[in-house]
Every structure is written in structure tokens, then in C-alpha cells.
Design a protein around this ligand. Structure first.
Ligand SMILES: [Fe+2]
Ligand SMILES: [Fe+2]
Length: 405
């Protein structure tokens, strides 16, 4: 197995996990656990590792560069097991190897593994270590992605190793942004952001501001998942600023499920109304979540770049449909309405008894920070022509509001 060279003495030695299809509710075409080897004249550092059980690829790629026993420094940017899972093996193989990580990570690793005898070297922001012609500088980055997270910066080569930040879940033979293509890479990064980073957006902006003020030039961004940004580093940094602010398109996302196609008819007519105003619309039937585009983790990508979100459900046992409940719970966790640029929303649906789904959805949208334009639109049984006309007008109303935002 081969390592990939980023710069003189700097190598990607990560793991390609071709078969991963679900990562805590996120559907993905595989991923990579990126680890990096930095070979200085005095020391050899391994930055991050891989998911438990993925040691083989990691060690084989290291062997392509150097005898793994020559690693005399480990940097653990993040405790989560996809980046620390091979530490138990590495610490056995390399007794007393110093492990540089945050103080919080020392405790976190101790909750994941038996770290008795591990040689921790806790670091703070701007602490540095010299490898001999290669200087590693640490920047604490709490909550990006966990309280223990930090970034590592390789000064001489201007490479930032930000762990989860700027990553993408994709398994591919390409290692660099310009090989995969800018648009594809950014689309995967946007999905990663929409599913994992959105609730952390204020911290992203603060951290980017802090890094900018440090005045450190960044030529390459080498995250812990997906491709490495070497040609479009400025693009991904800029994209993170826009996504963190919630910059969205003139676009409406309509998400719903249906029992006997009544809520479905409403969704179609709302979409027609939106389109009649020249505004983009994405319609997602949650029942078809097994298909890529309608999976909750893809829908939230559409939500992130939409100015408006409409959610529809029939009422079932005085509740929303189970698929809609799943989506609303996911949306609530992400809080996409609490970014700088606000989102508007509205609930709709059909009921055949007491109703209630529309009221539940309206409350859930508010809890996700989305400004509801009314109390929702709930109809009884099948939508008649007057009600379908109202749906069309609702779509037009939403689209006009979107254009005015
Ligand atoms: Fe993580
Ligand atoms: Fe990760």
C-alpha cells in the first residue's frame, strides 16, 4: 500500500474505508480516516490515526515511507474513535511514545481506552514542537468537533491539519481537491458541514477569525476525512465562512411524507407555486429515504442552502408520521435556523380525525430556529380544488418572501 506525498517529508498515510454507508445517521459513499506522517531530521511524527480495526492500511502506508518503529511522536488532534482508534496498538508498538494532545483529550482518551502508562504531553494553543526542519504548532479548537479537538499547523510547509473541520465523507482513489474536482469536493464538504458542523457555526467563525489574526499562511488544508485541499484551500475556508453564516440561495426545500397521497398533492402544488415565481425548489418524500436524495442527511444539505423550509405530514394517532418525526428530531439537533441569515418555514398536511401534525411541525420548526410565516396549513381528508389553489398560493407567498430576503 502506498503513502501519498504532500510535501517533502510530509505524507498521507490514512485509511480508505470503502464500505461505510452509515455513520450515526449520515448516509455516505465510504470515507477516509486521514493520518499524516511528518518526517523531520530529528523526529518523526504521526498526526492522528484511524478507526479501531483499521490498523492494517495505516501501518502498511507508513511502511511505504519509514519503519513504523521510527515514529517517536504522536499527535492526537481529536479523541473520537475514527481518529484515535489505533492508539492502543500504536502505544503497544511504541512504548512510551509521547502523545501530544489537549488536556481535555487526555481525559477523553482515558474514557475510551486503558491509557495506563501512556506518555501524554498536554499542549495549549501556540505550543510548538520541533521535529528538525519541521515545526508543529498546536491550536486548541474546542467543539470542532468535540471539546478535546485541536488543529496542528506545520509552519515550514504551511499545512493545516484541522482534523474533522473542512472534511468530507467520501471514499475515492483521489487524494487531492484538484484530482476529485472542486465542485464535487465542495459538495461533499457542504454535506459534511450541514450534518455535523452547523450547530458549531459560531465557533467556526470565531476560530477562523482567531487563525486569521495569527497571520499564519495556509497553503494546504489537510483534514481527517476525504480529500486534501491544496488547490482550493482558500475556497473551502471561504465556504466555511458562508455556510457558518447560513448564506443560502433563492431556494425552497419541501420535505414531507404522505399516507394516501393527500399531503403529497399539497406538496406538489406548493412546489408549483414556488416555481411559478422563478424560485428553485427541492421536493423530498421521506418515505423514499432509502434513495440517496431523500435521505435525511442529504435533505439537510438542501436545507442549509435554502432560505425556506416547508415540512408536511398527515396526522397519525394525533402525531406526525414516524419518518417526519425522525427528520424533525434530526433538524432540531442541527438548529439550521440559528445562523446569521435566517430561514423561514411553514407546516402543511392532511388529517382525517383530530389533526395536530401541523401544529407539532410548526413548534418543531420554531425549536430549530426557523421563523414560521403562519400557523401552518392543515386540511381535512383530500385537498379539494380550492385547497389546492391555496397550496399554490402558499408556494407563491413563500417564494416572494424568499426573493425579498
Ligand atoms: Fe469527530
Ligand atoms: Fe471524524
Amino acid at each position: 500500500m502506498k503513502a501519498t506525498k504532500l510535501a517533502e517529508g510530509v505524507y498521507w498515510v490514512g485509511v480508505i474505508d470503502w464500505n461505510l454507508r452509515d455513520y450515526h445517521g449520515y448516509t455516505l459513499p465510504g470515507t477516509t480516516y486521514n493520518a499524516y506522517l511528518v518526517v523531520g531530521s530529528k523526529h518523526v511524527a504521526l498526526i492522528d490515526s484511524a478507526y479501531p480495526g483499521q490498523e492494517y492500511q495505516l501501518l502498511e502506508r507508513i511502511k511505504d515511507v519509514i519503519d513504523p518503529k521510527k515514529i517517536d511522536i504522536i499527535v492526537a488532534n481529536h479523541v473520537e474513535m475514527d481518529h484515535s482508534g489505533t492508539l492502543p496498538l500504536l502505544t503497544k508498538m511504541l512504548p512510551n511514545v509521547p502523545i501530544y494532545c489537549t488536556e481535555v483529550a487526555v481525559k477523553g482518551l482515558g474514557k475510551h481506552y486503558d491509557t495506563t502508562g501512556w506518555n501524554f504531553k498536554p499542549v495549549k494553543s501556540l505550543d510548538k514542537i520541533e521535529l528538525g526542519g519541521k515545526t508543529l504548532v498546536f491550536v486548541e479548537a474546542p467543539m470542532l468537533h468535540w471539546p478535546d479537538s485541536m488543529f496542528t499547523y506545520l509552519a515550514e510547509d504551511k499545512i493545516l491539519f484541522p482534523n474533522d473541520a473542512f472534511g468530507q465523507h467520501i471514499a475515492s482513489c483521489e487524494r487531492f481537491d484538484d484530482e476529485l474536482g472542486k465542485d464535487v469536493a465542495l459538495a461533499h464538504a457542504q454535506k459534511f458541514f450541514a450534518n455535523l458542523i452547523v450547530p458549531l457555526a459560531p465557533r467556526v467563525l470565531k476560530k477562523l477569525d482567531e487563525v486569521t489574526k495569527l497571520g499564519i499562511p495556509i497553503d494546504v488544508v489537510a483534514p481527517s476525512h476525504g480529500i486534501i485541499w491544496r488547490s482550493y484551500a482558500a475556497d473551502i475556508l471561504g465556504a466555511y465562512v458562508n455556510w457558518s453564516h447560513g448564506v443560502a440561495k433563492n431556494k425552497v426545500t419541501i420535505v414531507y411524507d404522505t399516507m394516501h397521497h393527500s399531503t403529497d398533492r399539497m406538496a406538489q402544488m406548493i412546489a408549483e407555486g414556488v416555481m411559478s415565481e422563478g424560485v428553485a425548489v427541492k421536493v423530498c418524500l421521506l418515505k423514499d429515504g432509502r434513495y440517496e436524495g431523500n435521505h435525511r442527511s442529504n435533505i439537510v444539505s438542501d436545507v442549509l442552502d435554502s432560505k425556506a423550509v416547508l415540512v408536511g405530514s398527515p396526522t397519525l394517532q394525533d402525531e406526525v408520521y414516524p419518518t417526519v418525526a425522525d427528520f424533525l428530531s434530526y433538524l432540531h439537533g442541527l438548529q439550521p435556523g440559528r445562523l446569521t441569515h435566517k430561514k423561514i418555514g411553514c407546516a402543511f398536511g392532511s388529517q382525517g380525525g383530530h389533526g395536530g401534525a401541523v401544529a407539532i411541525i410548526t413548534e418543531c420548526l420554531k425549536k430549530a430556529g426557523i421563523e414560521t410565516i403562519n400557523d401552518g396549513f392543515e386540511i381535512y381528508y383530500r385537498p379539494d380544488s380550492a385547497e389546492l389553489k391555496k397550496c399554490y398560493e402558499l408556494g407563491q407567498d413563500i417564494a416572494r418572501r424568499v426573493k425579498a430576503m
